[in-house]
Ligand binder design. Sequence first.
Ligand code: SF4
Length: 211
Amino acid sequence: MDRSKCIHCFKCCEECYADALVSVGEWRDTDSILKEILENKGYFDQSKGGVTFSGGECMLQPDALTELLKGCQAAGVHTAVDTAGNVPWESFEQVLPYTDLFLYDIKAMDTDVHKACTGVENGRILENFTRLVDRGENIFVRYPYIPGMNDDQVEKIAEFLHRWQQIEAELLPYHKLGNSKYRALEAQNVFEGTVPLKDEVEMLKKKYGFQ
Ligand code: SF4
């Protein structure tokens, strides 16, 4: 069918007796999400855990995100925001007071490499990151390491992060767990590539100070 004409009513998924078509995700309002989160408050307290808002990119919905963060914080639930950082600084300012931790993706220091990987340049991402660090926000960096895409960025990213002693960073080696989703979406996996060897990953972590 012509996918551009789909209005996302998901009736085809309800009708498909073989489950060949399934819908993933659902429309929710912030009240119902918050209610569900707070039903698990006992578990969060016991496990010393909390809530991580991710996506996609949760920072693309700053109003809804702020409401949810505010509700969690008021109830004493730890809040983390998982972001690629490519949003206006004003969105960060909005969520900052209610965020205990930012999980921040840094994929490349060279903007042309970043553009080849993601379709966008990295100026705003690095600027937002620097502003967050300078404000003393609690940040944990994640570097997805993809051989053939951004593996040549490891040293540059490590050098950039070493400006700040307090910043911890994790190197996330490429894996193929997402391939079934690409197949389901009949989409091309632009990251089809080699999974790095465990020894290589351990060596890089040790050499450049990643977790
Ligand atoms: S029935 Fe399925 S394909 Fe048709 S508009 Fe609804 S979701 Fe899209």
